[in-house]
Design a protein around this ligand. Sequence first.
Ligand code: PLP
Length: 472
Amino acid sequence: MEQEIIFERLLQIITRYYRDRDSGRFVEYHDPGDLQRLLDLDGGRGTEDWEQLFSWVEKYLAHAVKTSHPSYLNRMWAGANLPSVIGEMIAAITNTSACTYETAPVSTLMEKYMLRTMLDLVDFKNGTGQMTTGSSNANMIAMMAARNLINPEIKQNGLFRQPELFGFVNADAHYSMDRAANIIGLGTTHLIKVPVDDHGRMSLPALEQRLTEIVEAGGVPFFVGATAGTTVRGAYDQLQPLLALRERYNFWLHVDGAWGGAVVFSDTLRRQYLPHLEQADSFTLDFHKMLGTALMCNVLLFNDRPSILKEVCSAGDESYIFRNGTDGDVRDLGSLSLQCGRRVDSLKWFLDWKFYGQTGMAKRIEHYLDLCRYAEEQVQQAEELEMVVPRESFNICFRYRPPADIPVESFNRDLRERMHRQGASLVGTGFVNGELTLRLLITNTNVDKPEINNFFQGVINTGRELLSEKRS
Ligand SMILES: Cc1ncc(COP(=O)(O)O)c(C=O)c1O
């Protein structure tokens, strides 16, 4: 097949998929065994046949979850902004690694531009940053930075024969914090989970008590990870009291804004949810979540420590690849990274930023919050539904309320499962104070009030259906 025909064909397929991405069902559900048979993954190898290749593409799309669909309410991302999708395609067709200026000149400058823009926006003075593979990785690099600040020799000597280090996070913090504690050699038992208050924020008396106990026992509190928007509940840890504790205990204060950090684009919401952020030591934010940039797209920012990434991340002989000048200017961003090959994520963010601007992003986030308020009201007004806990920000933790003789947890699991299998909608779950909750997240520009009404009506109808089956 001629190259032009291949691209024409591809464009037709993409255009058709994109046109239909928010109609029909969001998925034709199959159990893994059935899907395996339908896909026939063992078929046709090494044929160099473009027709066959496109039939694989068609199969993929036929069974793919339409994440732009308004019934896809499951995750912190949904679909993707078209400018960043274009960026992703250009990154794929030019296929390079954003680790050196030589191989990725434009992306290097775009990433630097983007970092400067974000440092200014967050108001980190004399800072630095990096695009990482996501907030999991960013949380780990922040923890490494905190560890190395306590003792720069840890990079060479490891944690052997050191005083014991302890990190502290909200008990509802993302699991990537535990994984970071594992990877950096801290050990998960040295990551203290601080109980939360009624709002799902780290309890400050509990944190202070644990800090005191650790210090009295000879341990060193080196890191506190605040969460700006906890994964299930959407709680924002309070930064001002944490900053006051930092004065006394000298730990590193990192803010995990993977989800709720998006409020920095709106002056009003930033004042409401993230006051004092500019005094934190580091901050991470996923563009690929609420802001809608194509997966993966993240930034990790450091305050007032311009060379921290070099100090923390670089190791080993990199002379074969990096050509950084002697003037201190970092030309090759890979020299500050834990990876060698780096995807060109900067182009996606750059195109979104140029297309929507700060105002566009702010409007989007503010609108999502209005919709979350609306969704909470719908739950409160529906007799069969209830909030598991009041809404803190963007997360709506609710459930169907079956009669008292029916176990609420298994009922809600069945309800969610049925809606998924029917291709009606997919909503998240999680636990709040040990209780199962359905977690509605609105991060889809195709979702507005009618879609929210439709979703809740679907939940209510499915609940009634399940109840009548149980009674018959
Ligand atoms: C609060 C929080 N932090 C970190 C992460 C991990 O982000 P990523 O998927 O970019 O690694 C998540 C993901 O859901 C999250 O909710």
